[in-house]
Design a binder for this molecule. Structure first.
Ligand code: MN
Length: 369
């Protein structure tokens, strides 16, 4: 319970993570009505707080991080968690499941990324704004808050699993890092399966080391070795597969290889390798732009010739038959973006992207509950 209290100030009820007064009010209320059968803010807060009492024993928790400050081309993924929950809960009435808790959203200050980039005066001011206490010890930036919340969750509930909803892909930095460090403590050997059109293997971007294009680089040292990182669906890169594999020691399966060999063959190759390495559990990080732009264009950098939802689900299903998936995230869904794509638009957006995301998320839930 003490841990619940210490993380409580960094969180708010599900759907409320984007700080607004009136924007999207109806949409937030619609989610609360669905989840809590209630839209009165005080009563929603009461029910949400009560549900946090189950954190210690829950099998699965969901966390929303409405931050797109780590993105840098087309933003808008801060709205991901609100829309993703709505589409997930419409399909799967998880709010009735006693083994599930929605942790809510991180209370994001949209101008911040990580506390290490801030000076003392700014941290003080933000602590006053968020916690009404300048001398609070709590972090104030979304990546730092996420790290603190997830560390506390794993400490409180070592067997608990988390699905994190972003946000831009920098949010995976604290989500994956806390997971890997927790598994290391448990002496569990784990691997990372990363779906993306991009490698996210920059060292820094414009001098900033933690962002959507660089988060993978900074979690590699927390894996048993870089060869425990597998990237799938890569196709938008200035350098070829050989460059990344040699420079970082990771393994990649680009979109054309996945298409040529098929989900079954690729999964067999990876499963065999994971077994040889003695891997016990898997974390899946899913950037929605791994999917083809005809299935998911409501994202910051949609790319053509991507993977199809069914291919990804086939792959994930085969993987989950052999290994427990004990951590997952879904990133970069930006529902208000509707960029023109290079192929004729078959599906209206953002419904197509949300439908694709719904299938992936529901798969995570089904195999982690
Ligand atoms: Mn990414």
């Amino acid at each position: 319970m003490s841990q619940n209290l210490s993380i409580r100030p960094m969180l708010c009820p599900p759907g409320n993570g984007v700080f607004t007064v009136n924007t999207a009010k109806e949409r937030k209320e619609e989610l609360h009505q669905l989840y809590y059968q209630e839209k009165n803010p005080q009563k929603v807060e009461e029910q949400w707080l009560k549900s946090l009492e189950k954190l210690k024993d829950t099998k699965l928790a969901l966390l929303g991080v409405c931050s797109d400050c780590g993105g840098g081309i087309q933003r808008g993924a801060n709205w991901g968690p609100l829309f993703l929950r709505q589409s997930l809960y419409n399909l799967n009435p998880l709010y009735k499941n006693p083994n599930f808790v929605d942790l809510g959203d991180i209370r994001v200050i949209p101008h911040l990324l990580h506390d290490k980039y801030l000076n003392e005066a700014t941290i003080k001011g933000c602590r006053k704004a968020l916690y009404n206490d300048e001398s609070s010890k709590l972090p104030v930036s979304p990546l730092s808050q996420t790290e603190e919340v997830l560390n506390s969750f794993y400490e409180l509930n070592p067997q608990g699993k988390v699905i994190t909803l972003g946000g831009d892909h920098s949010v995976s930095y604290p989500a994956v890092k806390t997971y890997l460090q927790h598994k290391l403590k448990q002496k569990k050997k784990v691997a990372l399966i990363h779906f993306d059109a991009h490698t996210d293997l920059l060292h820094e971007r414009l001098g900033i080391d933690l962002c959507f294009g660089s988060w993978v680089t900074h979690i590699l040292s927390d894996l048993p070795g870089p060869e425990y990182c597998f990237q799938l669906g890569i196709r938008s890169s200035g350098k070829d597969r050989g460059h990344w594999e040699q420079a970082f020691g990771i393994q990649q399966f680009w979109n054309y290889e996945f298409k040529k060999e098929g989900a079954k063959k690729i999964s067999q190759l990876i499963i065999e390798d994971l077994k040889k390495k003695g891997v016990e559990e898997i974390y899946v990080s899913f950037d929605i732009d791994a999917l083809d732009e005809t299935e998911a264009s409501a994202t910051g950098t949609p790319e053509e010739n991507g993977l199809m939802v069914d291919e990804c689900l086939n792959f994930l299903y085969l993987l989950s038959e052999e290994f427990a998936i004990t951590g997952a995230d879904l990133m970069e869904v930006a529902p208000f973006l509707n960029m023109p794509t290079k192929k004729p638009k078959i599906n209206p957006e953002p419904q197509a992207t949300l439908l694709a995301a719904q299938s992936i998320l529901n798969f995570f839930v089904e195999c982690m509950l």
